[in-house]
Design a protein around this ligand. Structure first.
Ligand code: SF4
Length: 347
């Protein structure tokens, strides 16, 4: 089976070239074609010798996922259903913020974490995505954005899947997109979001990278969290908060706590008080997320006034927080909905 050229960091590709008897600068030439000149046809990489291009074509692939479905919202949000060679499908979503174009990348096909409110978890994990497949999500979105002379400037690994359940591929992916000779997406413009896999959080703190970490908290106590997030049984909040402190100490960076506002479940002022007590003493801040209802799930969105009161209470108690801007409300807004609608892997 051919290796994907998108699966290599630049140092890894230099080593690969050297191990095959080629000069390491060949790797830099290939990187330029792929990530700066956006050329995915090896035979057109004109500053490589014909023999070398033939060698590359015989041994390496540069495949991108196919777009199966594309939705565009009035606010510029683009939602893609992508399909890989084995017919596995994922979603990738582009959101337009004032500060840039943010792609939400999936890291697995399906997800086994079973969060009760999530459409992505309706289809169980089929497999991990490789780092080259995640790079493909970014490149395919960039291809669409080039029509508007734009590009992806920020990446959040927050789509379908649990990134720390696919740790090595996700880390390799972020190193590839971060490389200054490639896509050059700044480390501080990349965020990895976990539902709370404690060993992954601690390991991530050891990586010595400036990439952001977000944690899907969604509840202020174990009782509520266990009802909506099965991961809470394996890693209760005391263990999770201990890991956050270890991460903050090692990495010297603060985490973002994501908190989906679910009507009557986790949105009371008492929940806000418990939440502020829980995270006080960390560097963290809270991102409150208006819930996008999923037809197959019993949960409803908290009213805007409740979310506002919750945010005010956190601020009053000294916790920094934001309410996430909404995107794509006129398309299938909830993460994973498109894939559920158009089925999982075709048999
Ligand atoms: S919220 Fe994330 S971790 Fe939880 S089931 Fe959905 S995709 Fe998986």
């Amino acid at each position: 089976m051919k290796k994907s050229l998108f699966s290599f960091t630049l140092p890894a590709l230099e080593k690969e070239m050297e191990s095959l008897g080629h000069k390491p600068y060949r790797a830099r030439q290939i990187y330029q074609w792929l990530y700066v000149k956006n050329e995915y046809d090896i035979s057109k990489m004109s500053d490589l010798s014909k023999d070398f291009r033939e060698f590359l074509n015989e041994n390496y692939s540069v495949d991108l996922p196919k777009i199966i479905k594309e939705q565009r919202a009035k606010d510029g949000t683009i939602k893609l259903l992508l399909e890989y060679e084995d017919h596995g499908k994922v979603e990738a979503v582009l959101m337009r913020y004032d500060y840039g174009n943010v792609i939400c990348v999936s890291s697995q096909i399906g997800c086994n974490m079973g969060c009760a409110f999530c459409a992505s978890g309706l289809l169980k994990k089929e497999r991990n995505l490789t780092s080259s497949e995640m790079v493909g999500e970014v490149l395919i979105m960039n291809r669409l954005l080039r029509e508007e002379c734009e590009r992806v400037s920020h990446v959040v690994v927050m789509g379908t899947g649990e990134p720390f359940d696919n740790y090595d591929n996700v880390l390799n992916f972020v190193h590839i997109i971060n490389d200054q000779k490639g896509l050059s997406i700044g480390a501080r413009h990349i965020t990895v979001s976990t539902c709370g896999l404690v060993p992954g959080i601690i390991k991530y703190g050891d990586e010595g990278i400036q990439i952001n970490l977000a944690i899907s908290l969604h509840a202020p106590n174990d009782e509520i969290r266990k009802k909506i997030m099965p991961i809470a049984s394996a890693y209760p909040l005391d263990k999770l908060m201990e890991a956050v402190k270890i991460y903050e100490e090692k990495a010297g960076r603060r985490v973002t706590f994501e908190y989906i506002m679910l009507k009557g479940i986790n949105d009371s002022l008492s929940c806000a008080d418990q939440l502020s007590d829980l995270i006080r003493g960390t560097l963290a801040y809270v991102n409150l997320i208006p819930y996008n209802p999923v037809k197959e799930k019993p949960y409803e969105r908290s009213p805007q006034s409740t979310t506002k009161a919750f945010a005010d209470r956190l601020m009053k108690r000294g916790i920094n927080c934001t309410i996430r801007k909404e995107f794509g409300t006129d398309i299938d807004a909830a993460c994973g909905q498109l894939r559920v609608k158009y089925g999982g892997k075709e048999k």
